[in-house]
Design a protein around this ligand. Structure first.
Ligand code: GAR
Length: 209
């Protein structure tokens, strides 16, 4: 049975688009994107979902009294949709431990840096690339990891390096990291998960042949 995938989004949704495109090319083996859940009704990602015929839902933080209440509602939604894999693709909301407990080793997140660099609280979106440029690193990249209770600290699944060039702005670097790393890594990691080829042993993720 194909695994049911829910993609959580907050903004533009280019990583969601990469997943949809990969699915249309038959590259998500053993899985199917069955829901897109946005943290805002204005997320452009919802339009991408609609265009692809994927049901979209909104769970806005401001509609709940606390992050915990929002997380509990999210888990209920995922359970009611019988979701097997949760993918955070530019999901900018900090969730509480109820989600990790409900979906242990079944939540993937894409982060636009080589973890453990430029990650954790405050490191999201364009800020990550601002931090990399301010530090002066010559190489950055992207990481797909399993989500645990600690932000950006779960077991690493895939990483890809991307060079930083003289004169880069955060926007230019962000685009290069997306094109060269994120849009390739996330579909690949999702497909590996759906084929049961990711085996987690402590911090180490083994990729089975
Ligand atoms: C992506 O670069 C993603 O890696 C990042 O936000 C962007 C979302 O773009 N995620 C984080 O920073 C999570 N900490 P998208 O909506 O176009 O996919």
């Amino acid at each position: 049975m194909a695994k049911k995938i829910a993609v959580l989004v907050s903004g533009g949704g280019t990583n969601l688009q990469a997943l949809i495109d990969a699915q249309n090319r038959g590259e998500i083996v053993g899985g199917s994107i069955t829901a897109v859940i946005a943290s805002s009704p204005d997320a452009y990602a919802l339009e991408r979902a609609a265009k692809a015929g994927i049901p979209g839902f909104v769970l806005a933080r401001r509609d709940f009294p606390s992050a915990r209440a929002m997380t509990v509602a999210l888990v209920e939604k995922l359970r009611s949709l019988e979701i097997d894999l949760v993918v955070m693709a530019g999901f900018m909301v900090i969730v509480t431990e109820e989600l990790c407990q409900a979906y242990r080793n079944a939540i993937l997140n894409i982060h636009p840096a080589l973890i453990p660099s430029f990650c954790g609280r405050g490191a999201y979106g364009l800020h990550v690339h601002e931090q990399a440029l301010a530090y002066g690193v010559k190489v950055t990249g992207a990481t797909v990891h399993f989500v645990t209770e600690e932000p950006d600290a779960g077991p690493v699944v895939l990483q890809k390096a991307v060079e930083v060039r003289e004169g880069d702005t955060p926007e230019v670097l962000q685009r290069r990291v997306m094109e060269q790393a994120e849009w390739k890594l996330l579909p690949r990691a999702v497909s590996l998960f759906c084929q049961d080829r990711l085996q987690v042993e402590g911090r180490i993720v083994h990729i089975l042949p």
